[in-house]
Ligand binder design. Sequence first.
Ligand SMILES: *[C@@H]1O[C@H](CO)[C@@H](O)[C@H](O)[C@H]1NC(C)=O
Ligand SMILES: *[C@@H]1O[C@H](CO)[C@@H](O)[C@H](O)[C@H]1NC(C)=O
Ligand SMILES: *[C@@H]1O[C@H](CO)[C@@H](O)[C@H](O)[C@H]1NC(C)=O
Ligand SMILES: *[C@@H]1O[C@H](CO)[C@@H](O)[C@H](O)[C@H]1NC(C)=O
Ligand SMILES: *[C@@H]1O[C@H](CO)[C@@H](O)[C@H](O)[C@H]1NC(C)=O
Length: 364
Amino acid sequence: MVPVYMRWIVIVFLAWGVLQHLIKLWFTLGYHKAVLYNHQPGPCRVVPGVEHGAEDITTLPNGLAFISSGLWLPGFPHGRSEVRGRILTFNYSDPESGVKELNFSEEFDRENFNPHGLSVWTDPLSGRISVLVISHQRRKDQVEVFTYDVATETLEHQETIRDELIYSGNDLLALGPDSFYLTNDVSHGARGSTLARKLETYLLLPFGNVVFYNGTQARPVAEGLVFPNGVNMSPDRRYLYVGAGFTEELRIFRRFANNSLEQIESLPLHSFVDNIEVDPQTGDLYIGLHPVIGKTPLIHYDPWDPPGAQVLRIKNAVRGPDITELFVNNGTKLQGSSVASFHKGALLIGSVFDRLLYCQVRTL
Ligand SMILES: *[C@@H]1O[C@H](CO)[C@@H](O)[C@H](O)[C@H]1NC(C)=O
Ligand SMILES: *[C@@H]1O[C@H](CO)[C@@H](O)[C@H](O)[C@H]1NC(C)=O
Ligand SMILES: *[C@@H]1O[C@H](CO)[C@@H](O)[C@H](O)[C@H]1NC(C)=O
Ligand SMILES: *[C@@H]1O[C@H](CO)[C@@H](O)[C@H](O)[C@H]1NC(C)=O
Ligand SMILES: *[C@@H]1O[C@H](CO)[C@@H](O)[C@H](O)[C@H]1NC(C)=O
């Protein structure tokens, strides 16, 4: 027979543990930052023609940006049937022309295309441009590989990559036409139930990972992350950057010749980290973050109390980081900033389900 006081001690300890977790969750979801004061790096305007998100953006050195638009996940404010998966381009040398929608080659299943992270790889010999996009299909995730035909502005579908280890893809970084790093944000993605996904999220379980796909098969290269998100690398290809969403950090890994990783640094950023873009000339990082992730559809979206937006620039990420906040908005101009891409004094800021902003950067 357990004495009564022992039972009370156990109950008090359990209650203390639960209380501690709830307090941690409240801070992790950003509810203590409910008030955001707006600032921007120069004039910003909405780019017409984007209503259902610009979740990811990648810009080529010539100033041509590729944008994935029309991601849909349960809990999003728009209905599934209203949203159409599209890939757009934006030319930084001709910003007045706005976005152009790329057409797909005939055989591609555009109806079920649900694009999330995208990455672009240019063949150094032929100049051929490959566009790799994560697509959430019904109960499975896959990576669609296209080549971009400049003349016809068409994406020619090349192949669909599926692998046991690609199940909750968030972002990817192409190293070739069919090799890439990819983040799985949770362990219960397309193959799991909504309840399992929610439990994993609310318990902040470190079951996310980074995998490397070598053209035939994926293997895990980093594990134990809580909702890993954006992935990118330094221009010299020596370091890999991964946004660790719920732990609000930028993880920096050293890359080995066999594409394995070793973590060398973890920078606290104090907001939920989404996609990471790297300026090919300077190596500076441009990051889209969610200051109050608890107000986004990942947790709970309320149009009358919208999530805000935030963009950071990091110089010298590996040796003595210098972090500047370029943009913050309380949700009136932009909700749920997922990505920021910089080219020659201008910034495109994309969002998970909202609009696309084009800002001039005059404060740097
Ligand atoms: C971008 O715009 C510039 C200036 O109008 C033009 O010269 C260039 O060809 C455009 N690039 C693409 C890929 O359309
Ligand atoms: C897009 O591609 C389809 C099939 O290849 C073709 O039928 C259609 O005309 C194209 N649309 C545009 C706007 O080029
Ligand atoms: C790809 O990775 C798998 C599993 O790690 C390995 O068996 C295979 O040899 C690799 N293929 C290439 C082309 O490197
Ligand atoms: C990759 O290379 C590193 C360093 O040389 C080594 O420690 C590691 O075991 C290798 N990993 C694989 C999967 O071959
Ligand atoms: C957000 O900022 C705008 C512009 O300053 C202001 O008009 C609006 O009331 C603010 N909204 C909230 C919810 O704070």
